[in-house]
Design a protein. Structure first.
Length: 242
């Protein structure tokens, strides 16, 4: 999806550029990115699942948000040859919620999945004024580590958890569960307040099983595509596209 959107942006902006999708195995990431950096007319790289955490080490400079999250989804060549890294997943997610009329400030968030996109979302919702954030991950130490980094900037507002906070206003699925039709639900919906919003960052399918079941219970839902579409203007600024 991102290459198609970016190539449309290049065409509309009359920029002589193209984005090409490249499939890379995790074991080859450093070698591939190192090679790409040597291409003289390549000035930017977008990074997707499952490489966002590992790609952090490929940046010479990180934005504050990317450093805090420990994750990047965009790399940019600078005039001095160095590469800057940032992650716009979180800001794109927050912008998508706000555009849909969903409040962020003062709300209690539960995040399920502390991977490359999840960590960026965690930073962004706290920056946007979320009153509390609970983090659940299948790797508990990863959730604890993220909560610790966040607590240094937002004391008392982020904590690792083993189960969903039953008082959550917004619950975010930032796991891959839902990509396939036979995937189990990433979390149960029992016990959540009736006003809760269930957000899923999965873009295909547009309506995951999680969102269908949440809607059937009368809960609010928020799909994954807005997180990407809201990042296009951010990419435009980051890559200095006129």
């Amino acid at each position: 999806m991102a290459p198609a959107m970016m190539n449309r942006l290049f065409a509309e902006s009359r920029v002589d550029a193209v984005m090409i999708p490249v499939e890379v195995f995790s074991s080859d990431l450093a070698v591939v990115v190192g090679g790409l950096k040597r291409i003289a007319n390549l000035d930017g790289i977008l990074v997707t699942v499952p490489h966002k955490l590992a790609a952090c080490s490929q940046a010479d400079r990180l934005s504050h948000a990317a450093r805090l999250a420990g994750s990047v989804n965009a790399l940019r060549r600078e005039a001095d040859g160095m590469w800057s890294g940032d992650n716009f997943d979180g800001e794109g997610f927050v912008r998508g919620l706000l555009r849909a009329g969903r409040a962020v400030a003062g709300k209690r968030f539960a995040l399920v999945g502390a991977g490359g996109a999840g960590v960026s979302i965690a930073v962004a919702v706290l920056q946007a004024g979320a009153s509390a954030l609970s983090i659940v991950d299948t790797d508990p130490p990863r959730a604890v580590a993220l909560a610790g980094r966040l607590a240094a900037h937002w004391p008392g507002r982020a904590q690792a958890a083993e189960i969903l906070d039953p008082a959550s206003d917004v619950v975010v699925n930032a796991t891959p569960l839902g990509l396939r039709a036979d995937d189990p639900l990433p979390f149960g919906l029992d016990g959540l307040p009736q006003h809760a919003v269930i957000a899923d960052i999965i873009m295909k399918p547009a309506e995951t099983r999680l969102l269908r079941e949440a809607a059937a219970r009368g809960l609010g839902t928020h799909p994954g595509l807005p997180m990407l579409s809201e990042q296009i203007p951010l990419y435009r600024e980051f890559f200095r596209i006129p």
